[in-house]
Ligand binder design. Sequence first.
Ligand code: PHE
Length: 365
Amino acid sequence: MQPSCKKCCNFVGCKLNKTTMLLEKIEALRGKLNELKADNEEALEALRIKYLSKKGEITALFAEFKDVPPEQKRELGQKLNEIKTLATERINALRESYKGQAKEQNKIDITRPGFPAEVGTRHPLSVVRKQIIDIFTRLGFTLAEGPEVEDDWHVFSALNFAADHPARDMQDTFFIEQNKDDVTRNIVLRSHTSSVQVRTMERRQPPIRIICPGRVYRNEAITARAHCFFHQIEGLYIDKGVTFADLKQVLLHFAQELYGPETQIRLRPSYFPFTEPSAEMDVSCMLCGGEGCGFCKHTGWVEILGCGMVDPAVLEASGIDSTVYSGYAFGLGIERITNLKYMVKDLRMFSENDVRFLDEFRSAH
Ligand code: PHE
């Protein structure tokens, strides 16, 4: 039907023009109704209200219908009824299909393969601690552990620290109980795991071949390069005729197992109260192989541990005859070894438990 106004479409009160507008609205609505989408009960109810309720769009069209001239009422009435039926049908159809989908979703297909359970990752420090322990246990070292809250004797006195040694100072050590008049009665958080070596020497006679992994505490401000706690592994070997050459050979083996067979070591003289002579050990830079690069500050070497021959006074303090026995000891920080292996720049990452960081070690076992 092509309705036309005899006078003009802007003619106020032109019933024909009303009819045209109504027809256009009906057609536009038909288009919209065919595109309707809803996948839950709330969305469907919203559609029903939008189109079919008392204030809905279709009800509004019926209100306009009363202005349609009588000769067009039949045809338009039919179209209006059609559109109302269409809306009802579309909404019902959507309800059916959404219910069908929900049913489909609830069906459990027991033949589908299951999802593998997400397993956690080992902490990088645990990974490296295990690697280090494995290397030494293959050489016959056994594990020894001791308390983190220690007395002064096991952390300092038995290890030849003078009463006024700066390591005993507030700046280094956390005190649980501090005794101003007699430092040997202090109770502290251990600042190294050498305390476990003392405990072992007190309990046993040589041969002693142990490694002591554990957490240690030092009173330092927390930065990217220092933390108030970290993890150490210390080693101790005491027997008849143990020499510095034994120490050197064991440490070379350790470095090559850890960083590869090409790795070289060098020992620099150093000082620890409990060893004499004492040394610090460097390994050839794992990035440039010793050529010199930014990482090793162009020296070709990176420091990894402290070591030395156990001072006879330390053996005697624990009841071991230093005229019969000699021994070596070494100590390293697990964080430092891990940093060098995985290039972790910031120490704080190890204790923040950021899953994104920990996840990066998924394959390192
Ligand atoms: N205990 C020393 C430290 O914590 C390391 C070390 C152990 C040095 C054994 C020599 C021998 O720094």
